[in-house]
Design a protein. Structure first.
Length: 418
C-alpha cells in the first residue's frame, strides 16, 4: 500500500554547509528547495548500498539513503494532506511558467524508479518509488511507472495545469525517441522505448533525457547557478557521467551519447572501467575504483582493516575516506590519488568546455568534500592559466532530487515549444 504523508522537513540550509568555491558570475540561490508530501511504502525496507559499490553507472539511485519499496503489485492509496508552503523559486528568461503549472517527473535507474509531481518553482508535491526490476521488461516497467505517475498526479491542486511528463533515465539513450542503446544497467532494454506506451497511458506528452544531462539542466533552473548558459555537471558515484549545457541548450550529440565524461583518459596504464577504457576517469575515480585501489594495497592492519572487519572484500569507498580521516596510511594514499584523478578529469573539462559553472554530485562527492581545498588546487593546476585561481567549481545542493527536477524542467521547456 502507498500512503501520501505530509512532509515538511527542516530548512536544508540549516544543515552542515557544503564547501565550494564560487565565481562572481555563478550566484548561489538564497533559498534551498523545499520538499512536499512523500509517498511512502508499507512494504519491506530495502537498504541500498551506502558505499558506492552497486553496479550502477548513474547517480539515480542514492548511495547514502534508505528507501521503502513497495511490493511489485501493491495497490496505491493516497491520503490528501494540507500542503507545505513553498519557498519562492527563480525564473530564467528561456522558460516562462505560471504558478499553476506542474510537470510529472520520473527518474529511472537500474535499481529504482522514482516519480513526483513538481511545480514550476521546483517544489515536489507528491513523490514515490518502485523497484525497477528491468528483467521484467520495459513494457512492464512502463505500466508500473504510469501507475506511480498517476498516484503523484492525484496530489495536484484543483487548478493545476500539468504540462506533460519528463523522464530522466540511465542510458545510453536517444532522447528524441527514448530508445535505449545498450544500457548496461537495464538489461534487455536495448533498442526499445517506453515513450509511446507511457504517453498513451498518461494521455500527456512525454519527453525523455539522459539523467546527467537533465541534472545539468536542473542546476541552471533550480540550483546554485540559476540562469547559467554554459554549465557542466559531473556525477561521481558507482560510475562517472556528465551533462553539458552550452548556450542554454542541452548537448546530446548525434545519437544521444554526449556527456560520457567518465571515459576521458586521465591516467593511461592504470585501471580500466567495465567497458575497458584504459586509465579513464571512471575506472580511476568512481566508488568501486576507490575500493579496488585500496584492496590492491591491503596490508590487513590499521583503521581500514578494522572498518572492513579484516576482510578486503568488505572495503567500500566510504570506508576508505573514513579510514583516511583516522590516519590510515593506505587509505590516505588512495584518497590522495583519487583527489588527483578527479582534479585531472575536472581540469580537462574546464579546458574543453569553458563553463561558467562546473558542478559535481554523486555519492563520492561526500568524501571529496573533506579534501575540497586540495581538489580545487588540483583543478586549478590542470586548467589553462587564463582561469587564474577562481575555478567555478561547486558541489550540488539539489541532492537526490536533481534528476527529478531536471526531468520536470525538460517538460516545462518542451511544453513551451509545442
Amino acid at each position: 500500500m502507498l500512503e501520501l504523508k505530509e512532509s515538511c522537513p527542516p530548512d536544508p540550509r540549516r544543515s552542515k554547509p557544503i564547501l565550494f568555491l564560487r565565481r562572481p558570475f555563478a550566484p548561489r540561490r538564497a533559498n534551498a528547495l523545499p520538499q512536499g508530501p512523500a509517498i511512502d511504502r508499507n512494504g519491506g525496507e530495502q537498504k541500498k548500498d551506502r558505499c558506492c559499490e552497486r553496479v550502477q553507472a548513474s547517480s539515480n539511485d542514492e548511495l547514502f539513503a534508505e528507501d521503502r519499496l513497495a511490493p511489485p503489485h501493491s495497490p496505491i492509496k493516497l491520503t490528501p494532506q494540507k500542503p507545505c508552503h513553498p519557498h519562492p523559486g527563480a525564473t530564467i528568461s528561456n522558460v516562462t511558467t505560471t504558478n499553476t503549472q506542474y510537470a510529472l517527473a520520473a527518474d529511472i535507474g537500474g535499481t529504482n524508479i522514482r516519480a513526483a509531481l513538481i511545480n514550476s518553482e521546483g517544489r515536489l508535491i507528491g513523490r514515490g518509488s518502485i523497484s525497477t526490476d528491468p528483467e521484467r521488461g520495459i513494457d512492464d516497467a512502463s505500466d508500473r511507472l504510469a501507475k506511480l505517475l498517476n498516484a503523484a498526479r492525484s496530489t495536484a491542486p484543483a487548478d493545476a495545469e500539468i504540462v506533460g511528463v519528463g523522464v530522466s533515465t540511465a542510458g545510453p539513450i536517444r532522447p528524441a525517441t527514448g530508445t535505449y542503446n545498450h544500457p548496461p544497467n537495464l538489461p534487455g532494454w536495448h533498442d526499445k522505448t517506453m515513450k509511446p506506451r507511457l504517453a498513451e497511458s498518461m494521455s500527456l506528452p512525454v519527453w525523455v533525457g539522459h539523467d546527467a544531462t537533465l541534472a545539468a539542466l536542473a542546476e541552471t533552473r533550480f540550483g546554485d547557478h540559476v540562469g547559467a548558459e554554459n554549465l557542466v555537471y559531473v556525477t561521481i558515484s558507482t560510475g562517472v557521467g556528465g551533462g553539458i549545457i552550452t548556450n542554454s541548450e542541452m548537448v546530446t550529440g548525434a545519437s544521444g551519447g554526449a556527456g560520457e565524461v567518465g571515459h576521458l583518459a586521465i591516467r593511461t596504464g592504470s585501471y580500466r572501467c567495465n567497458v575497458g577504457c584504459d586509465g579513464c576517469f571512471e575506472g580511476n575515480a568512481c566508488g568501486p575504483a576507490i575500493a579496488r585501489a585500496a584492496r590492491d594495497r591491503w596490508t590487513g592492519e590499521g583503521p581500514l582493516a578494522d572498518l572492513a572487519d579484516g576482510d578486503p572484500d568488505n572495503i567500500t569507498s566510504r570506508m576508505v575516506f573514513d579510514a583516511a580521516d583516522e590516519g590510515d596510511p593506505i587509505a590516505q594514499e588512495v584518497v590522495d590519488l583519487t583527489v588527483e584523478n578527479v582534479g585531472i578529469g575536472l581540469g580537462s573539462l574546464m579546458n574543453i568546455f569553458n563553463p561558467e559553472a562546473l558542478v559535481i554530485g554523486g555519492g563520492v562527492v561526500q568524501g571529496l568534500q573533506r579534501h575540497w581545498q586540495k581538489l580545487q588546487e588540483t583543478v586549478i593546476e590542470r586548467s589553462l592559466p587564463g582561469y587564474g585561481d577562481t575555478i567555478p567549481l561547486t558541489a550540488t545542493r539539489l541532492g537526490d532530487d536533481v534528476s527529478l527536477l531536471g526531468a520536470a524542467q525538460l517538460a516545462f521547456r518542451q511544453a513551451r515549444r509545442l
